[in-house]
Design a protein around this ligand. Structure first.
Ligand code: SAM
Length: 568
């Protein structure tokens, strides 16, 4: 194996957490240990930039023969090593063909991020440009293009209280506290016109506050206590659009790390039930910590594949949120995440071959499978499908394939799906203009990451009437009793008992009415969507809060087998 191939292999192992840099570079099979070690370290330093350049230039699609990690190490030397690529043959000739376009992409990245201190002749000094980009990111300028969004966790506080608290809070930028406190500017519809030192309420999602790009929340007391959650605006769309009524039984099929699960729980006001599946145990641990901190009481975190669940075991589930693995090609802030955490936890998810055509085909198949599986749940009424991808192949095309493959569900009308959000789906790609208008896209120009959401509704359901939870009947026979018991028993990792719970339950829309009294916010109607919002809560039918109900159920069914590992 060439040194480059060995270095790429080590990079892959590091990402998979299969060893340390030193351990892997000192292995007997590595002949040029020093050289390979240097190559791996240098590539790692530049890794966020390298993956960004490969994505921008659609490299994997153009050169499928060059695997992702190999492309990263080769691009490193192509652009940044004094002596360029130190091998001959197909690797060098392939990479050299892309030199110009990769350099141009680097410059585009620097300009897009408004990097200062670029060399006078940036076209010919890619190393200096890359160092300036890294310095820019290191100094906390990661998210210059996008505002910072704060979702008020209505399980812990209210929008009005959070606003009031921020008005007393000193502004922190890049880890440095200033002497000024935040001003509140009311609702905003053009994020590009934000005034300095001012935060706003989002026009589309009332529980969202919008802050300037460089705001740092890591020292913030509301953040530390779980009263606010840092979550991109578009990532809040799925739970907001799904809008389950209190008492509803929900599934989050691909849940970890759990931002959408905790948002869903807030929508339920901790009344109802959420089964949150994820295949990845480590990410599921993050979900448990995150949702515990957020005060969620009705989530069962289940380690297992959503695709292997038996729908018959979930007779009361009416709402399913699906945010399956995707290419992550919409995440513009990915660069920051990588720099923050080096080879971060969700590196695979976020950076793996965002444009690799084979991978896109597989992802689209998986995404479609997930939604089709969700539609098999006997009482399900609404299924939200989302990705943080910009590819029609994972978005409109998946939706079109699902519409063609079954007859029970259709797209919910625009009135139910963020009606005032202007950016809708792309026509073509199998979707009619009418259907494209029913789905939502988001992009950096909207002030968010690239995102896509569709809401499927069972035909015949009146979408204007918020559904109530399915009535919890008595099991009719032994099989049904077993099925219900299996569903209800406390799965491994249930967070129900372990957390401090703030019992205050909050109606966001009611609270919004109070916001204007905090400052000169506009009238509530202007920023509370009429449809697609969290509808007034329907009475919880059988909606006993999770923890106490689970105890009762456990006693009632103590003769039945307790599921202690995977419940799927
Ligand atoms: C895009 S992420 C979900 C992000 C999450 N919804 C959030 O907002 O925090 C996709 C998740 O799906 C999980 N996943 C992939 N295949 C799965 C399957 N068959 N069943 C359950 N989870 C799966 C991955 O482990 C990953 O955590």
């Amino acid at each position: 194996m060439e040194d480059y191939e060995i270095a790429a292999d080590i990079l892959g192992k590091l990402r998979a957490k299969k060893g340390s840099i030193k351990g892997l570079c000192l292995a007997p099979r590595v002949k040029n240990k020093k050289k390979v070690y240097a190559l791996v370290c240098e590539t790692l330093k530049m890794y966020p930039i390298l993956t960004n350049l490969l994505d921008r230039t659609d490299f994997s699609a153009r050169e499928p023969r060059v695997a992702r990690d190999l492309a990263a190490v080769l691009t490193h030397d192509l652009l940044f090593a004094k002596r360029g690529i130190l091998c001959g043959g197909w690797m060098k000739s392939t990479m050299t063909r892309h030199r110009t376009v990769l350099r141009a992409a680097l410059l585009a990245l620097a300009r897009e991020r408004r990097v200062e201190g670029l060399p006078s002749d940036p076209d010919n000094a890619p190393g200096a440009v890359a160092r300036a980009v890294l310095k820019h990111l290191d100094s906390g300028n990661q998210d210059v293009p996008l505002p910072r969004y704060v979702r008020v966790n209505t399980l812990r506080t209210t929008v009005a209280k959070a606003v009031k608290e921020f008005q007393r809070t000193k502004i922190v930028r890049k880890g440095v506290e200033t002497q000024t406190v935040w001003k509140y500017g009311g609702a905003i519809d053009d994020w590009k016109s934000m005034a300095p030192d001012t935060f706003y309420q989002d026009l589309h999602l009332p529980e969202l506050l919008v802050f300037p790009p460089s705001t740092d929340f890591h020292l913030d007391t509301q953040y530390k206590s779980g009263s606010i959650v840092l979550q991109d605006k578009a990532s809040c769309f799925p739970a907001f659009i799904l809008a389950p009524p209190t008492g509803a039984h929900c599934i989050d099929g691909c849940a970890a790390p759990g931002n959408k699960t905790s948002h869903l729980c807030a929508k339920l006001r901790n009344q109802g039930y959420i089964t949150a599946f994820d295949l990845d145990a480590r990410r599921l641990e993050t979900l448990k910590k995150m949702t515990t901190r957020a005060g969620c009481r009705v989530i069962d975190a289940v380690h297992g594949s959503f695709l292997e669940t038996d729908p018959a075991r979930f007779p009361q589930v009416t709402h399913i949120l699906l945010d399956p693995s995707c290419s992550g090609s919409g995440i513009v802030a990915r660069l920051d995440a990588l720099v923050d955490t080096q080879l971060a936890e969700n590196l695979d998810e976020a950076t793996a071959a965002a444009n690799d055509p084979d991978r896109l085909v597989k992802l689209a198949e998986f995404q479609q499978q997930c939604v089709m599986h969700a539609m098999k749940f006997p009482s399900v009424q609404f299924v939200s499908y989302s990705t943080c991808s910009i590819h029609a192949q994972e978005n409109e095309q998946v939706v079109a394939a699902i519409l063609a493959a079954q007859n029970d569900f259709e797209l919910a009308p625009r009135d139910r799906v963020l009606p005032t959000w202007p950016h809708r789906g792309d026509e073509g790609h199998g979707l009619s203009a009418e259907d494209a208008n029913k789905v939502v896209r988001a992009a950096p120009d909207d002030g968010t990451n690239g995102f896509f959401v569709a809401l499927f509704v069972r035909k015949g359901i009146d979408v204007d009437v918020p559904p109530t939870a399915v009535k919890e009947g008595k099991p009719k026979n032994r099989a049904e009793r077993r099925a219900m018991a299996a569903w209800r028993v406390e799965p491994v990792g249930s967070v129900g008992d372990a957390m401090e719970v703030d019992d205050e339950e909050v109606d966001v829309e009611r609270e919004l009415m109070r916001v204007p009294s905090v400052s000169k916010a506009p009238a509530k109607q202007s920023h509370v969507p009429t449809a697609g919002s969290s509808a007034p809560a329907a009475p919880a039918v059988g909606g006993i809060a999770g923890a106490s109900r689970k105890k009762k159920i456990k006693r009632k069914h103590k003769h039945l087998p307790i599921v202690t590992k995977k419940t799927v």
